[in-house]
Write a protein of this length. Structure first.
Length: 169
């Protein structure tokens, strides 16, 4: 009985994978940016990696829905200042929505929660992107905003703008 259930699960997965093979459901991108807002004096570089899987496609291929996860690091500027700066790293988990236009231009928005990995608290994040599909490659311009959930003197919001490049599978 156990093998029959396993076989049925693999069969359903195989059929759904084959049915969606014309779409490129998975995107893996790296991004590089600069800080904006409160952090521009303390952070000199923002970099990270994002992975997104789109499981829902409408019939016209205009709207894609899925989930996303990634890592973002705000690299502290340690060139001698009055404060002891430290890196702020986040593990992001959220939902993704993408609008595809006719000439391979897209608008994407990620919304979720960013877990703080260093000496920072996590918080809600929002990341809109506009970009272009090159068959199996993707390039985009992004803005990311992470609202820290801490309350107090040291609560900072983390924001950046930059570019991202990746592959679509």
């Amino acid at each position: 009985m156990k093998y029959i259930k396993l076989f049925l699960v693999l069969l359903v997965f195989g059929i759904s994978f084959n049915a969606s093979a014309q779409y490129k459901n998975f995107e893996g991108t790296v991004h590089l940016g600069i800080p904006t807002g409160e952090l521009d004096n303390f952070v000199n570089l923002v970099y990270g990696l994002d992975m997104t899987y789109y499981f829902s496609h409408d019939n016209a291929g205009v709207l894609d829905l899925g989930f996303t996860g990634g890592y973002t690091n705000f690299n502290a500027d340690r060139r001698g200042g009055l404060i002891d700066a430290f890196d702020a790293s986040f593990l992001k988990v959220g939902a993704a929505g993408k609008l595809n236009f006719q000439n391979d231009i897209f608008f994407n928005t990620d919304l979720g929660y960013a877990f703080g990995l260093d000496q920072v608290d996590g918080g809600l994040y929002f990341s809109p992107k506009i970009g272009y599909h090159f068959d199996s490659f993707v390039a985009h311009i992004y803005y990311t905003f992470i609202r820290s959930s801490s309350s107090g003197v040291n609560d900072l919001d983390y924001a950046s703008i930059g570019v991202g490049f990746g592959i679509r599978l």
